[in-house]
Design a protein around this ligand. Structure first.
Ligand SMILES: *Cc1c(COP(=O)(O)O)cnc(C)c1O
Length: 222
């Protein structure tokens, strides 16, 4: 199947309230252009330099999402155009986004990345650290940052019950925050969960933003 066919097939199969992020990291601009020509407008990248280079070469109406580990010294490169940062996991990073966003007079939408998976290498806040961060008075004084929800990954395992349980845990935290500490924030609406191998489970557990790379573009060559 071609990239265009994959995009079309995915879009037809997704519930209407689920947004597809085409994760294009490590793929050439020609592959992104093929997805664009098939109607895809939301793309996710995980490295600042690669993202900036692609953004310059591709159509201006693309909505770029950052999904990888974001170093504070790279924030200024992406704030001029980024649409959503999925992977914020510290107050320090929020502060840097605030500082750089203020300089270019933008309000940057972000998600807080939650860690529930078993793997130790994964980034993200524990549910308790997330609650504490949101309860911090200082977080409410970042006028150029808008916290729009949560992002999470499940463990990389074939154990479907475990994957389901982890997505369920992230959704439960999302609901708790939405009805609790974030209830006066109308932008707290996005739950980013699910990749090529586990997105149906993620959607079943309440995801409304899925990040699909391999299924659309094929294997990455690192
Ligand atoms: C690479 C990546 C994806 C996409 O993974 P696939 O398995 O290729 O669909 C999704 N989310 C994050 C955070 C990623 O780094």
């Amino acid at each position: 199947m071609s990239i265009a066919q994959r995009i079309q097939e995915l879009k037809q199969s997704l519930p209407s309230d689920v947004t597809l992020v085409a994760v294009s990291k490590f793929h050439p601009v020609e592959a992104l252009q093929a997805a664009y020509d098939a109607g895809q407008r939301v793309f996710g990248e995980s490295r600042a330099q690669e993202l900036v280079a692609k953004q310059r070469q591709l159509p201006a109406d693309i909505e770029w999402h950052f999904i990888g580990t974001l170093q504070t010294n790279k924030v200024k490169e992406i704030v001029p155009f980024i649409s959503l940062i999925h992977s914020v996991d510290s107050f320090r990073l929020l502060q840097e986004i605030e500082k750089q966003a203020a300089k270019v007079d933008r309000v940057i939408r972000v998600l807080l990345e939650i860690h529930v998976a078993q793997e130790e290498t994964k980034h993200g806040l524990t549910p308790e650290a997330c609650r504490q961060l949101l309860a911090d008075e200082a977080v409410t004084h970042l006028p150029h940052v808008r916290i729009c929800g949560l992002m999470g990954m499940a463990s990389n395992t074939d154990d479907e019950a475990q994957v389901k349980a982890e997505f369920h845990q992230i959704h439960a935290l999302f609901s708790e925050l939405k009805d609790g500490i974030c209830r006066s924030n109308p932008d707290f609406t996005w739950l980013s969960m699910g990749m090529s191998h586990d997105y149906p489970l993620a959607i079943a557990e309440g995801s409304n933003l899925i990040r699909i790379g391999t299924y659309i573009f094929g294997e990455r060559v690192y």
